[in-house]
Design a protein around this ligand. Structure first.
Ligand SMILES: [Zn+2]
Length: 731
C-alpha cells in the first residue's frame, strides 16, 4: 500500500547563487591591482622590508629616497622631475638609482664615490652661469646657459674625481653602469642617459592608503572610489573595502532590489537575484534572494506550474516535481500548495475530496482530501471497475439458468464464478425486461440447496424457485426475464434460456369464499394485487359457499411453552402456518408474532393448516374474497375463546425463530424469501443504474423478514391510493 510522498529532490537556489558570487568575487580581487596605475618600470632591486615609515630611506645612509617634485629643463623646455638626495645633493631619481648601483660596485673595489653636484634648479644654474660670465665666483668654471645644462635635465653628476683612484676606476668601469664623460675639460662631469644593470634603492613604497587611494609597493596608485570603495589599512593589510561592507568578516547585503552582495573582509562579490526570478530582501534574517512567489519569511508551498511545486522557506525556494508522481501541483481549497494525484482530480483547480478511483492498471486508488492517493492492488483475478462505484471485482459475470417456468413455479440457478460459494441474488422481471417501465421486478436469493449443482458447480446452494404471481393466471402468455446479480456489484447478466414464457389459466376455485368486508383489510394483511389476486369470472365464485369474513388484521402467535409452531388466530380457530415459505407468502412478519400463554392459545379450536399462499378473487361488484378451506364449526353451546389484548408493536424485540415443517424438503429452511416490489411507477428495479432491491439475509435460525420501510407520510398515502385503485382493477 504505497503512499506517495513529495519533495524528494531539492534544488538549493543559494548554492547556485554562491557559485556565481564566488566567480565575481574572484574577478574583483584580480581587477583591483590591475587597475592601479604603475608609474615606474619594475626594479630588480629588492627592498622587501622598508622601515615602518611613510618615507623609504635607503639602507645606504647617504641615499635618501624621499621624493620631491621639481622643475627640470631640457633645451630650455621645462618639465616635472622627481628628485631624491645622495650625499645631501638632489639627484634625479632614475639617475640616482643608476649611480647607487655603480657606487656599490666601486665600494666593493675599495673606491669611494661621492656626488659633488647633481640636479640643479634654474636659480642655481643662473648663479653658476653668472659666476662663469663674470668670473667672480665658482672658480670661473664653465657653466651652460640656464635651461640648457644637463644638471638641469637631471642626467649629469659631478663626482669626486680628484680623490685617489676615483677617476681611473670610473674611466675603466663607468660605462658598464651607463655613465659617460661628456665634457672634455671636466673629468668630474659624468652623465647617465640610460643603460646599466638597472636596480637601485629608490622607487619602493610601503603599501598604504592615501585617502581613497591605495599605494602599492612599487608606489603605484589606485583609487578605491572607482569601485565604490574606500581604502582601509588594518591587520588584514591595505585594501579596498566596499562601501556596502564592513571592514572585516562576511555579510550578505542588498545593493538594490535585484543585486545581492556577498562581503568578505571588505571585498564584495555580487549576484543577480532577478536572474533566478527572485528579489533581494534585507530584513532581520539578513540579506538574501527571495523567490518572487514566496513570502519574505516563513514556510509556504507554491505552485510553479501545473506540475512543479515550490517549497518556500524564508524566501528560499526548494523545488519538487509533482508530475514525477503523476500529480498536479494544486492550490485549490488550501493556502499552501500541495501535490494532488492526477487520478484524484480532473484538473489542478478541482478541490480534492475523499473517494475511490480505478487506476489504468486495474488497481484501486483511495483519494484523501489532501489529494493523496493510497493504491491497493485488487486480489488475483480481480480488477477495479467503476460501475457503479470503483471496486475490485472479478472479471467473471454471473452465470445461471432459468430452468423452467410453469404455473407451479419458476425454477433456476445462478452463481458468480468470482465468489463461487456465495449465494447471489436473482432479479426476476415480469411483463418486460429490466428497464421496461411496465416491467415488475422481484429480487430473490438463489440459495436453495440443489444436489445436481453440487457436482456441476462445486457448490450446492445456488437454486431458486418461486411460484408465479396469480394476477398473471389469465390465459395469456407472459415473459419472465431472469438476471444474475454480480456478487461484487459488477455487470449483471441475463440467465441462460431467459426469457421464458408461461401461460396459466386461473385454477379451479375450491373451498369457501371469505369476504373482505372492510376496505382496509386488504391493506392490513398486506395482500398484493399482483401476487395474490386471481382474475376469475363471477361464475367461478357462484358455486362456492361463503365463509366467515376475514378478520381486519391477522394475529400471528406462538405458545410460551417452547413449542415451535406458529399459528394464525382466525376467529375461534388457531391455524398452523405450515412453513417458512407459507409465512413469507402470506406477507407475515416476524415482528408481528405474539407469544401467548400456551393454555390460552390451545383453548382455540385447531383449524386446517393455512394454505401455502393466499389466493384472492374479486367479483364484478368489486367484492374481494379470500379462497380458503372449510373449517370445523365451534360445537354448539361453546363459548369462543378469548384473545389477549393486541400488544403494541415492539420492533426492538428479537423475533422468534420460525419452526420448520417436518414434512418439507431438508432445504425448506432456505426457500427464497420474497420481496414484493411496489408499483412500477414508484419503484422500478433498474439493474443498469445499479439500484437494487434490499437484499434479504437470513439469520442461522429461521427467518428475518424485512421491516416495513419507513416512508414519509405523503408517500405512504400515495402508495395506499395506488393500491386501492389497482385492487379495483386487477390486471
Ligand atoms: Zn658638471
Amino acid at each position: 500500500m504505497p503512499t506517495l510522498s513529495f519533495f524528494p529532490q531539492r534544488v538549493d537556489l543559494s548554492t547556485s547563487l554562491r557559485y556565481l558570487l564566488g566567480a565575481s568575487f574572484l574577478l574583483l580581487w584580480l581587477l583591483a591591482p590591475a587597475c592601479s596605475p604603475i608609474d615606474e618600470p619594475s626594479h630588480e632591486h629588492h627592498h622587501a622590508h622598508p622601515p615602518d615609515s611613510d618615507l623609504a630611506v635607503s639602507r645606504h645612509e647617504l641615499i635618501n629616497c624621499t621624493e620631491s617634485q621639481a622643475t627640470g629643463y631640457r633645451q630650455g623646455t621645462a618639465f616635472p622631475i622627481t628628485v631624491v638626495h645622495i650625499d645631501g645633493k638632489p639627484v634625479e631619481k632614475k639617475t640616482a638609482n643608476a649611480y647607487a648601483v655603480m657606487r656599490d660596485a666601486a665600494a666593493r673595489a675599495g673606491i669611494t664615490l661621492r656626488v659633488i653636484s647633481g640636479f640643479r634648479t634654474m636659480s642655481e644654474q643662473q648663479y653658476l652661469y653668472n659666476c662663469y660670465r663674470n668670473c667672480n665666483c665658482n672658480n670661473c668654471n664653465l657653466a651652460a646657459r640656464p635651461g640648457y645644462s644637463n644638471h638641469q635635465s637631471g642626467h649629469a653628476l659631478d663626482l669626486n674625481t680628484s680623490a685617489s683612484g676615483v677617476y681611473n676606476w670610473l674611466a675603466a668601469n663607468a660605462g658598464r653602469f651607463g655613465f659617460q664623460r661628456t665634457v672634455p675639460s671636466e673629468p668630474w662631469h659624468w652623465e647617465w642617459w640610460g643603460g646599466g644593470p638597472g636596480g637601485g634603492p629608490c622607487g619602493s613604497c610601503v603599501r598604504r592608503c592615501d585617502g581613497s587611494h591605495i599605494i602599492d609597493e612599487k608606489c603605484g596608485r589606485g583609487d578605491c572610489a572607482v569601485f565604490g570603495a574606500r581604502c582601509v589599512n588594518d591587520n588584514l593589510g591595505v585594501r579596498c573595502v566596499s562601501v556596502f561592507c564592513p571592514n572585516q568578516g562576511t555579510k550578505q547585503v542588498c545593493l538594490n532590489d535585484k543585486i545581492i552582495g556577498s562581503c568578505k573582509d571588505g571585498g564584495i562579490s555580487t549576484g543577480d537575484c532577478s536572474a533566478f526570478g527572485s528579489r533581494c530582501v534585507s530584513d532581520n534574517l539578513g540579506a538574501r534572494c527571495v523567490f518572487v512567489f514566496c513570502p519574505d519569511q516563513g514556510k509556504k508551498n507554491v505552485c510553479l506550474s501545473d506540475r512543479e511545486i515550490g517549497q518556500c522557506d524564508n524566501g528560499k525556494l526548494g523545488k519538487g516535481d509533482c508530475g514525477a508522481f503523476g500529480a498536479y501541483c494544486s492550490i485549490a481549497g488550501v493556502s499552501s500548495a500541495r501535490c494532488v494525484s492526477v487520478f484524484c482530480v480532473a484538473n489542478p483547480l478541482e478541490i480534492p475530496k475523499k473517494h475511490s478511483v480505478c487506476l489504468p492498471n486495474g488497481d484501486i486508488g483511495h483519494c484523501d482530501t489532501n489529494g493523496g492517493i493510497t493504491v491497493k492492488k485488487c486480489a488475483s483475478g480481480k480488477s477495479c471497475q467503476n460501475s457503479p462505484t470503483p471496486r475490485c471485482i472479478g472479471a467473471s459475470k454471473p452465470r445461471g439458468f432459468l430452468d423452467s417456468v410453469s404455473c407451479d413455479g419458476i425454477k433456476g440457478w445462478a452463481q458468480d464464478p468470482d465468489e463461487p460459494k456465495k449465494s447471489i441474488n436473482v432479479h426476476l422481471y415480469f411483463r418486460g425486461p429490466a428497464g421496461d417501465p411496465d416491467a415488475r421486478g422481484l429480487s430473490i436469493t438463489a440459495d436453495q440447496h440443489r444436489a445436481d449443482l453440487c457436482t456441476q458447480l462445486g457448490s450446492c446452494t445456488h437454486g431458486f424457485q418461486i411460484e408465479p404471481p396469480y394476477s398473471l393466471f389469465n390465459r395469456r402468455e407472459h415473459p419472465i426475464h431472469a438476471y444474475g446479480i454480480d456478487s461484487e456489484g459488477g455487470e449483471n447478466t441475463q440467465l441462460s434460456s431467459s426469457p421464458r414464457t408461461f401461460l396459466c389459466a386461473p385454477p379451479i376455485l375450491e373451498g369457501v369464499k371469505r369476504p373482505l368486508i372492510e376496505e382496509e383489510t386488504f391493506e392490513t394483511w398486506e395482500f398484493s394485487v399482483f401476487w395474490d389476486l386471481i382474475p376469475a369470472p363471477d361464475q367461478a365464485l357462484t358455486h362456492l359457499a361463503e365463509g366467515t369474513p376475514l378478520a381486519k388484521k391477522p394475529r400471528i402467535v406462538r405458545a410460551d411453552d417452547g413449542t415451535p409452531e406458529i399459528w394464525l388466530i382466525d376467529g375461534y380457530l388457531r391455524r398452523h402456518i405450515p412453513s417458512q415459505k407459507a409465512f413469507s407468502a402470506w406477507h407475515f412478519k416476524n415482528a408481528d408474532v405474539e407469544k401467548w400463554p400456551a393454555q390460552q392459545l390451545y383453548a382455540f379450536l385447531e383449524g386446517t393448516p393455512l394454505r401455502p399462499r393466499p389466493m384472492l378473487v374479486e367479483d364484478s361488484q368489486g367484492q374481494t374474497y379470500l379462497i380458503d378451506d372449510p373449517q370445523p364449526q365451534l360445537p354448539t353451546g361453546t363459548e369462543p375463546p378469548s384473545s389477549p389484548e393486541m400488544p403494541e408493536p415492539r420492533a426492538e424485540e428479537e423475533p422468534p425463530p420460525i419452526e420448520e415443517d417436518e414434512s418439507a424438503e431438508p432445504d425448506a429452511a432456505s426457500l427464497p424469501e420474497i420481496e414484493f416490489v411496489t408499483e412500477p411507477t414508484t419503484e422500478i428495479l433498474n439493474i443498469e443504474s445499479g439500484k437494487e432491491p434490499q437484499p434479504h439475509t437470513r439469520p442461522p435460525q429461521g427467518c428475518e423478514c424485512q421491516q416495513a420501510p419507513i416512508a414519509p407520510l405523503p408517500l405512504l398515502l400515495l402508495f395506499a391510493l395506488i393500491r386501492l385503485r389497482r385492487k379495483r382493477r386487477p390486471n
